[in-house]
Design a protein around this ligand. Sequence first.
Ligand code: AMP
Length: 395
Amino acid sequence: MKTVHDFNFENKRALIRVDFNVPLNDGFEVTDKTRIESAKPTIIKVLEDGGSCVLMSHLGRPKGVQEEFSLKHIEHAVEDVIGVEIIVASDCIGKEIEAKANDLKPGQILLLENLRFHKEETNGDRDFAEKLSRLGDIYINDAFGTAHRAHASTTIVADFFTDSKCFGMLLAKEIESIDKVMKSGEKPVLAVLGGAKVSSKITIIENILDKVDHLIIGGGMTYTFVKAQGGKVGDSICEDDKMELALDILKQAKEKNVQIHLPVDVLAANDFSNDANTQIIDVDKIPNGWQGLDAGPKTKALFDEVVNKCKTILWNGPLGVFEMENFATGTIELGNSIAEATKNGAFSLVGGGDSVAAVKQFGFEDKVSYVSTGGGAMLESLEGKTLPGIAAIME
Ligand code: AMP
């Protein structure tokens, strides 16, 4: 796996695919600079070597050229984070842009206009990718968030850089973290899968059964497993058509020597509302009119014990409806357990969608080993898929 550390960028122009798809407020100000900060180490490495950077990204989902999605809105945020004045281009391909790129001196940065102003970007157009490739000597992909897309700037452009292409530091870290869980994790390895539905996690569960020693299944998925085994789940979220699949997963786990841990008790509510009446009840005895919305106390203690005996931990999906304060403690306590295990030497990776939001909301970000920056890309990695943006650099 080639990274920026395998290159010296002195007098070279690096064409870097970054993920600057940042949130903007109504005044077009950047409200969260995390993604820019994440790309900083790679950009600084190029500049400190004595090279220059051509940065390319998408922003939002424009239909053609739409001013509100212009990357010029993020100019000051990028300058703030990187600490260097940048040049903002009016497009991402064409003669004028090529001339601007050619004129770059060591230490300078050119930020291209939104790649998705051209439909050829998402179409993975070869001709468009070739035009992008003219803007740099070395291609760096540092955008994990789009690595599962075979777009022109994330995948196809790499074809035009035979040996001179590599992963940026952020993408390399993402790959290493996933490998640590999926390939080389210190045992016992644990995956905690929560979230709403079995149907959206099924490929992950099936893939992960070959990699882990323990699997905690929580959140809304619980009830399909419980009902399939004859339990009463009341009005809890449940996918009846996935019950057979749930039984098959339990069987597969047994054959593969994976210990599955399901909640034993839940905090049930008489309405899907923060103000609902609640009761703690065994997971398989939920009366009609009630629904399980969070883990119960025995479950929290059980999961804490499992988490703290594992050396490698992957967490995807909340254990309850954490968006409502009264049903957030299962997710918060799980976060606490993972933080404690991490402090005691375990490697912990949090990734994919809502668990990242929960980790940020509850302040666990610095207490776990790594929080992934890619939602869809992370989920596809956990499903065992080879991401096109990663394969294009490996080739
Ligand atoms: P996912 O995107 O599949 O990871 O699902 C995340 C969502 O699952 C969050 O919005 C949670 O509110 C929801 N969720 C977690 N536990 C439950 C539950 N017991 N009942 C309904 N929704 C849940």
